[in-house]
Write a protein that binds this ligand. Structure first.
Ligand SMILES: N[C@@H](CCC(=O)N[C@@H](CSS)C(=O)NCC(=O)O)C(=O)O
Length: 297
């Protein structure tokens, strides 16, 4: 083996270990007294191999956090009982806001934040028809009758707006694209705010996990296709905000989930098998209650 190929092998391994630390090549070249050219060559080779595998250009983009624009407001709110996330998004100038997946017991908390910041909730959006969220939306409507409720048309629910794949929801200068992502339920949607590089995946994709498919209209193959076609097709550095997290994590990226999600780094067949053999606790009454279409008005 030539010295040159040993150098490349070493640098390649070093990059894999440090992965996002782009300066590691210059550090390793100092330590090993490598020529800068060799280090750059190894870096480029690594980049090419990552691009071939479908990951984005540039090591730094894998950990880069594209900042929100200053007129975009995003607040992640947590329910420690059910480990549910609710999201409050707003146009910071016009104060037009949307609330995604509120929790019934915490509506007053959410409204406090909304009132303090002077926001106007235009829409209460549900990512799917699970009663942990839908009863909250009904309660919210009592406080804010002007607010429009929205859920996927596939839910069969009654709401002010029944959204479909490709619909756009506007709030001030911002908007959310609706992407149908069934699999956890048949009416799950993901809301994508392209200009701010964020998406709200509900229970479709969780951090290093995904929604269970063992009750209601859950279906592992449908879930796999939804995640690959509608979420993993988004830019790698786009941030993903899940509907729940049971380990205190808050946000992830498309790249991280493609690379590290233990269920989704498998083939479709393996994924289906994993989902069929997961041994979840039985669905609680609260989780099951949603089976019948509900009124969101
Ligand atoms: N992980 C919890 C189970 C709680 C649960 O069933 N969560 C749902 C979302 S609310 S319907 C889910 O899809 N979980 C997927 C998962 O991988 O956790 C527990 O262990 O008790």
């Amino acid at each position: 083996m030539s010295i040159f190929s040993s150098v490349l092998r070493f640098c390649g391994r070093n990059v894999r270990i440090s992965r996002q630390i782009s300066s590691c090549l210059s550090v390793s070249s100092q330590v090993l007294n490598l020529s800068k050219q060799s280090a750059i060559f190894a870096h480029v080779s690594y980049e090419k191999s990552m691009m071939i595998k479908g990951f984005s250009k540039g090591l730094s983009t894998h950990i880069e956090r594209q900042p929100h624009s200053e007129d975009f407001f995003l607040r992640q709110l947590f329910d420690r009982e059910s480990c549910t996330y609710t999201y409050l998004l707003a146009d910071a100038y016009s104060k037009d806001a949307v609330l995604i997946d509120p929790v019934i017991e915490l509506i007053e908390r959410d409204l406090e934040v909304v009132g303090e910041l002077g926001l106007n909730i235009r829409y209460a959006l549900s990512t799917h028809m699970h009663s942990d969220h839908t009863k909250a939306v009904q309660k919210l409507k009592k406080y804010l009758p002007e607010c429009k409720t929205a859920i996927s048309a596939a839910s069969g629910a009654i709401a002010d707006i029944l959204v479909r794949h490709g619909d756009i929801i506007h709030f001030g200068r911002h908007n959310l694209e609706v992407r149908a992502t069934p699999g956890h339920t048949n009416c799950c949607v993901t809301y994508v705010c392209h200009d701010q590089g964020v998406a709200f995946t509900g229970d479709t994709l969780l951090i290093r996990g995904c929604g269970r498919t063992d009750f209601d209209q859950g279906d592992p193959e449908t879930l796999y296709n939804s995640i690959y076609n509608q979420i993993f097709s988004l830019p790698n550095k786009l941030r993903l905000y899940p509907g729940h997290d049971y380990r205190g994590r808050t946000v992830t990226t498309v790249y991280e989930e493609k690379r590290y999600n233990p269920r989704l780094t498998k083939s479709r067949e393996e994924f289906i098998q994993i989902m069929k053999t997961l041994n979840f606790a039985h669905a609680t009454d609260n989780q099951m209650e949603h089976s019948l279409p509900e009124s969101f008005k």
